[in-house]
Design a protein around this ligand. Structure first.
Ligand code: AMP
Length: 471
């Protein structure tokens, strides 16, 4: 199938050619015709599948026909859970809408009001926003929604998790009833299905792939750890591997993200933190550095990292397991973008077993246990609840050496321990001298308040539970 056969406007086709896209992805091939026919849509598709273009392209097609009303308000509204995702959608709309001269505006928390007021006073075709700040402007009467023809909810499951649904219901109630609504979500199980019923009108349902078929291009591994010192040694070992081009390391708290980024920096890595307590300007600067390769290791929390689309990211490391199983999928989706392959490594201790089970149930995939030679856990990985995992080797066998220095459990899992079962002493970050390179990616401060923004109120980052990364 080609984009030409989808009946998109020639100006959009031209932008797609310029972007180098030849063939629609499965979600695009299925969603675009339904949206062009005017149907509401309920689509479950992962990030990385091309879902942004799946809704942006048919939405842009609307703009090819001028609106009869003379007002200046947006014709298309896209709601996203995070500022980063809003920025990504905004960039995509600009790229694909370039030859239609589509006027796109992004309104998110953490940005100054006077600037946003100015943006909102100009004619707008596409408005991309996080719900909290948008509602704030709507309540102040700064947005005319009378021309609105299409509402798009991107990552609706995430917006539900983050507590945005009351805001979204209020926004939706203030929009014209005669409109098309598209809802994209990683899942439509549970409460999100009921919300879809209230917001969508007889929607077409598209499910792109069964959970277990997803992320075939991402090698997923599980590393059992004894304690934080063990995690740090493993992390250091992994990050110096030559096959790591760029990595995102996920922590469960903002404070820990800061501390770990600082420690990695002190150990000579081009590292930076990204989390919801940083001002939008600081977050944008960090993301720009990541895109340009000036940051090699990004230490992030879930919300802040959602939607990052940087092709150089070869590795995702779950230093802490995510609180929600869906976040695991979002995290690993930061690698293996646009047809590349990627590696996702998760650290887990014995107390994380319940969380691991939830992740595996959600993805429908077993995480393969790996060990790094010389950095094996003192306590063997649990076998009981993982007994259906296929074993592919005998204890005591020599490691297979599968790139990155890690190997599957069963390939020498027991045989690489020393006689008393302890790990050889590994180096910690603090053992390395700071590189002193001037190209450091640090300097995200100052941190600022975000009185109305989504990520301040609802960003899902847990409060710090550890004062300091390294003893
Ligand atoms: P998304 O799932 O929207 O985050 O998109 C994932 C990546 O795929 C982005 O880098 C897009 O630029 C890219 N992409 C989207 N559609 C296509 C396509 N039809 N052909 C090639 N790349 C695409």
């Amino acid at each position: 199938m080609s984009f030409e056969s989808l009946n998109l406007h020639p100006a959009i086709l031209r932008a797609l050619t310029e972007a180098g896209y030849n063939t629609p992805t499965p979600i695009q091939a299925q969603a675009i015709p339904e949206v062009l026919k005017g149907h509401d849509l309920m689509a479950s598709a992962q990030t990385g599948t091309g879902k942004t273009a799946a809704f942006t392209l048919p939405a842009l097609n609307l703009l090819a026909t001028p609106h009869p009303a003379k007002s200046r308000g947006p014709r298309i509204l896209v709601l996203t859970p995070t500022r980063e995702l809003a920025a990504q959608v905004n960039d995509a709309a600009r790229k694909y809408g370039k030859f239609l001269r589509a006027r796109t505006v992004s309104i998110v928390g953490g940005m100054p009001y006077p600037l946003q007021n100015k943006l909102l006073s100009q004619p707008i075709d596409i408005l991309v926003a996080t719900p909290g700040r948008l509602l704030d402007h709507m309540e102040r009467g700064r947005i005319d929604m009378s021309r609105l023809q299409m509402l798009i909810l991107d990552e609706a499951d995430r917006m539900l998790d983050m507590g945005f649904m009351p805001d979204i219901e209020r926004i939706s109630a203030a929009l014209p009833g005669e409109r098309q609504t598209l809802m994209f979500s990683a899942t439509f199980e549970g409460q999100i299905a009921n919300i879809a019923k209230t917001l969508l009108n007889n929607p077409k349902v598209i499910q792109i792939a069964a959970q277990k078929e997803k992320h075939a291009n991402i090698e997923q591994k599980l590393l059992f750890v004894d304690d934080m010192a063990h995690k740090n040694k493993l992390l250091e070992h992994l990050l110096i591997a030559p096959e790591v081009n760029q990595a995102i390391v996920f922590t469960s708290t903002k404070r820990h993200a800061d501390l770990l980024a600082e420690d990695l920096y002190a150990a000579g890595h081009k590292s930076a933190a990204l989390h919801g307590d940083m001002t939008q300007g600081a977050r944008n600067r960090t993301l720009t550095k990541l895109r340009h390769g000036d940051v090699r290791v990004l230490v992030a929390t879930d919300v802040a990292a959602r939607g990052i689309d940087v092709h150089g990211i070869t590795h995702v490391i779950n230093y802490d397991l995510p609180k929600f199983a869906e976040d695991y999928v979002h995290r690993i989706g930061r690698t293996g973008r646009a047809g590349n392959t990627g590696v996702a490594l998760s650290f887990a201790s014995h107390i994380d077993r319940h969380q691991l089970r939830k992740i595996e149930q959600y993805t429908g995939q077993r995480l393969e246990i790996s060990v790094i030679e010389g950095l094996e856990p003192k306590r063997p990985a649990p076998r009981t609840d993982r007994s259906d995992r296929p074993r592919n080797g005998r204890p005591g066998q020599r490691p297979g050496g599968n790139g990155g220095g890690y190997k599957s459990r069963g390939q020498g899992y027991a045989g690489n321990r020393d006689n008393n079962g302890s790990r050889p002493e590994g180096r910690t970050f603090g053992d390395r001298a700071a590189s002193g390179r001037g190209d450091s990616a640090r300097g995200n401060a100052p941190r600022g308040g975000d009185k109305f923004g989504a990520n301040k109120r609802h960003d899902g980052d847990r409060p710090a539970r550890r004062p300091r990364t390294f003893a």
